[in-house]
Ligand binder design. Structure first.
Ligand SMILES: *Cc1c(COP(=O)(O)O)cnc(C)c1O
Length: 385
């Protein structure tokens, strides 16, 4: 299954022939007469009406991403969380049950453990890797299976074909967050998954200049979600951000090739460094889910987690000693980002719970960028010293 790099080609501007699409910074669209206005609202004319309901830059992005993820349609949202929560609220109703993986992005976990309860939706959290491990958690009321692969922080994988097969047999929808790999390295829909969600803020943007989210699926799922969720909840992506994302996607495969190559070299060196106890990276021979990786990923990605032997203090010292590597959360940027979950993103979770989730005091999360690999290594090595 090849990646569709044809999408490097840009759309032609029908007005003046500009190579790059113009940005349609407009809230509303003009109707030539009452009849055309009526036809647009009736869905009989494809023209635009109002930017919450659709915009040319947003449509261009949605078409590109639907093609990249092998879906029939895509919806763009104002953030990854708007895409995830919009998708789930669109699929679920009171009385439904969800099986969610235990290792989820923090805000997704909060939404599924707290917010959905207000709407009478039950969630079971389970650490499944295969369909066999998932099956005992599925009940007659289960409507959705939700997970991430690879997941934070140990980059452990879920076998998508195996989970999708069990879900299909039970008539349950599967939703996968594909943020960590992007459509360049993994296409869940090709593995039988029903719906893919993305934080476009990360690799798809690649330049750290916006917040955005996407949902990709079949027409029978996307069309009602467009009417019910995107139009009524109004968490739509702005035209400028959609335009920036379309430009970012043009270099996705080139950026990821370089970042991934850097990550492979750095992970191997980190594994042999005396200050480091353990490295989690799908490209290492020590990686526990190698077999699943070979089934569903085109490459290991560019996220590395590693554990410092000296724990919490060593993590804080490393954060204060790096220079080229930027001390910040988020990931998928062209520049290398580094963060220490125990003192930052996961600091509010009690130490015992953190450790149960694999977030040890010395754990460092590293999003490898496209700089010269020796520059990144020199920075890291001197900071570790
Ligand atoms: C960042 C992230 C999100 C949330 O996306 P936002 O764009 O920040 O709303 C969801 N899932 C994963 C895996 C992420 O990394």
């Amino acid at each position: 299954m090849k990646y569709n790099s044809n999408l490097v080609k840009v759309n032609k501007d029908p007005g003046h022939g500009s190579h790059i699409s113009p940005v349609y910074m407009t809230s509303t669209f003009v109707f030539d007469n009452a009849e055309i206005g009526a036809k647009r609202f009736a869905g009989e004319d494809p023209g635009f009406m109002y930017s919450r309901l659709g915009n040319p830059n947003v449509r261009e992005l949605e078409e590109k991403v639907a093609a990249l993820e092998f879906g029939e349609g895509c919806l763009a949202f104002s953030s990854g969380m708007a895409a995830i929560t919009g998708c789930l609220l669109g699929l679920l109703q009171a009385g439904d049950h969800v099986v969610a993986h235990t290792a989820l992005y923090g805000a997704t976990h909060a939404f599924l453990s707290k917010t959905v309860k207000k709407f009478g939706i039950d969630v079971t959290f389970a650490p499944f890797k295969t369909g066999e491990e998932l099956e005992p958690h599925v009940t007659d009321r289960t409507k959705v299976i939700y997970f991430e692969t690879p997941s934070n922080p140990t980059l452990s994988l879920v076998d998508m074909t195996s989970v999708a097969a069990v879900a299909k047999q039970k008539g349950v929808l599967t939703v996968v967050d594909n943020t960590f790999l992007s459509p360049y390295l993994q296409n869940p829909i090709r593995c039988g998954i029903d719906i893919v969600v993305h934080s476009a803020t990360k690799y798809l943007s690649g330049h750290g200049y916006l917040i955005g989210g996407l949902v990709i699926s079949r027409k029978d799922i996307i069309d009602p979600m467009r009417k019910e969720v995107q139009k009524t909840m109004g968490a739509n992506l702005a035209p400028m951000d959609a335009w920036l994302l379309s430009q970012g996607i043009r270099t996705l495969h080139v950026r990821l090739d370089r970042a991934q190559e850097n990550a492979q070299i750095l992970a191997e060196r980190l594994e042999n460094h005396k200050a480091i106890e353990r490295v989690y990276f799908p490209g290492l021979s020590s990686f526990e889910d190698k077999q699943i990786m070979e089934k569903q990923m085109r490459g290991p990605g560019a996220m590395i987690s590693f554990v410092l032997k000296e724990g919490y203090e060593a993590g804080v010292t490393l954060m204060n000693s790096v220079n080229l590597c930027t001390l910040a959360v988020s990931l998928g940027d062209v520049g290398t980002l580094i963060q220490h979950p125990a003192s930052m993103t996961h600091a509010i979770i009690p130490k015992e719970e953190r450790e149960q989730a694999g977030i040890h005091d010395g754990l460092v999360r590293f999003s490898v960028g496209i700089e010269d690999v020796e520059d990144i290594w020199n920075d890291l090595e001197s900071a570790l010293g």
